[in-house]
Structures are given as C-alpha cells and as structure tokens.
Design a binder for this molecule. Structure first.
Ligand code: PAF
Length: 300
C-alpha cells in the first residue's frame, strides 16, 4: 500500500489529503471495513484507466457527495471481444495517478488480472442481462456485456458502495449496471453523469487518443448527427432522419456501425407510430480510421 500526500486548498487554507494506492482486494476490504465502522458513506468510480476529464468529473462528484471516494483502474480482459482492441487499450498509470492527485479521491484500487480472476478468465456461467446485451453494442460486441457484468459483480461485492458513478457516454453499460443492481437487490444508487465533450462535441473517451489530429477534429460530426436526430424526431419521418444522420457521418469519411433509436429504459426497438410519450435514446457506433467510437443522446 502507498499513500501519496497532496495539498487541497479550501478557503485559502491548505489541507493535507492522502491518495491511498492499493493493489490487493484484501487491502481494499480492510479500508472498507474501517470506514463502514465509522458509518462513512462510500462512493465508487470504476474505470479502465487512461483517465480523461470525463472520468475526473465523475471522481470529483463522487468525492463531493460521499465520505470515501474509491476509484478503480483495471483493464478488464473479459469484456474485450476483440483481442486486438485489448492489446491496443491505452495504459497510463503514472499520469492516471497524477490526475487523481488533482481530485479529492481517497483510494485508488489497481488490482492485477490474477487478483480479479483467481478462477481464470474462462467461464461457462452467464448472467441474465434481461435482453440488454442483445441489442446495439451487444449485437456488435458479443460477450462484451457478460464481461462487464462479471467484473462489476466482483467490484461491487468488494466495494459495497452507497453510490456508484458512471458516465452517460456508455448509456447501454449504465442500463446493464442498473439492471444488475436490481437483480442482485443491491442498495447502491447508480449516479449517471452527463457525457463530457471535447470542444468540437466529440464525446471524451480513452480511445480518442488513438485518433489522428485530423480525424479527431472531424469526429465532432458524431454529436452533430445525433443532435440532428434529436431535433428532428418529432418533425420528419424517422427513416429519413436516420438516413440523413448516417449520410453526415459518411460524408466525414466515417462508417456507421449502427445508429438506432430505442426505448431509453429497456433499449428495445420502438414503434415510432406510438412512441409519443416514450422516453427514447438515440445511440450510435462509428468507425473512424480504425477506432470505434460510441455516443448517444436522449430524445424527449
Ligand atoms: O466503462 C468502463 O471503463 C468499464 O466498462 C468498467 C465499467 C470499468 C468495467 O470494466
């Protein structure tokens, strides 16, 4: 275990704070137990590292709203359906620690694969995701949400948080996690935070750093296409809007893997002729020069 001190300036008074870095689930358990004994509220931000402003906004909110803010950094191998994507996933441990030192996170949990999967990576077990893993991301990344569910079960059992902070950028993942909390009858409150965006509207993602500067500049078109759908949903025929949105993406030189409007709660396809009072979400996955980007917007 290692604790890195840093100064936090509050009303012109410097308060020394610690970021405790731990690797083993046993150390995490010890910290949780100590804090539970003191009736402290526990907040948890699960991440795969390569932290950006989107993650940091979750961490800051967690630190404001709970008394012990735990952040995990673990690149979970079981949620990568494409081994090449796993190999290419950015790892920036040093800068992750530096960035967390600018927040008020209390604990950084960085386990190894053996710590998280002592039983091995293969499993015959499947977790009931209520059909949420059959649509959109689930259709194009088979097994992905089973991997997310498997690691979230372990992380949630270890941290037992009062509040769990996740970003709306991964809308379908949030829906899966909300479903898991429900079926496992956990009291944890899921706090879904708004997507943080780069200046041109591109949703912040650890994958963005794999884009060339030119592609990154053009990738703002993904948000424009989503907002075109949102702003025209009640005005024009749905197929026409979706077609135009796909065209915008194509004209920027990108390939749309899916662009769909779904029921915002169960993510199932909607019958647009009767969807007037239904809460909807438009989700998209785009290939931009070999990098897969996702985004979404709620439609009222
Ligand atoms: O969104 C992520 O970074 C991951 O899917 C999560 C939730 C940390 C599980 O590995």
């Amino acid at each position: 275990m290692c604790a890195i001190p840093r100064l936090f300036l509050f009303n012109s008074v410097s308060i020394p704070l610690m970021l405790v870095i731990i690797h083993s689930p046993a150390q995490l358990q010890e910290i949780i137990n100590q804090n539970r004994k003191k009736n402290r509220t526990i907040g948890f931000v699960p991440t795969m590292g390569a932290l950006h402003e989107g993650h940091l906004s979750l961490v800051r909110k967690c630190a404001r709203e709970t008394q012990l803010c735990i952040v995990s950094v673990f690149v979970n191998p079981t949620q990568f359906n494409d081994p090449k994507d796993f190999e290419k996933y950015p790892v920036h441990t040093q800068s992750d620690v530096e960035k967390l030192l600018t927040t008020r996170a209390d604990v950084l949990f960085m386990p190894s694969v053996d710590d998280m999967y002592p039983e091995g990576l293969q499993t015959e077990d499947t977790i009931d995701l209520g059909g949420l893993d059959q649509v959109m991301e689930g259709r194009f990344r088979p097994g992905h949400f089973q991997g997310v569910a498997r690691i979230m079960k372990k992380l949630l059992l270890m941290t037992q948080p009062d509040k769990l902070y996740m970003g709306q950028k991964d809308y379908q993942q949030c829906a899966v996690v909300a479903h898991l909390l429900k079926i496992w009858k956990m009291k944890t409150k899921l706090v879904i935070c708004p997507t943080k965006r780069e200046k041109n509207g591109l949703a912040m993602s650890s994958r963005n750093e794999r884009l060339s500067p030119e592609t990154r500049a053009k990738a703002g078109v993904i948000k424009s296409a989503l907002y075109y759908v949102k702003n025209n949903y009640h005005k024009l025929p749905v197929e026409l809007i979706l077609e135009k949105a796909r065209l915008k993406i194509r004209e920027a030189g990108f390939e749309t893997e899916y662009l769909e409007i779904a029921d915002a709660r169960n993510l199932q396809p909607v019958d647009h002729s009767i969807s007037k009072n239904q809460k909807l979400v438009c989700c998209v996955a785009v290939w931009a020069d070999g990098v897969r980007l996702i985004d979404n917007v709620l439609i009222d």
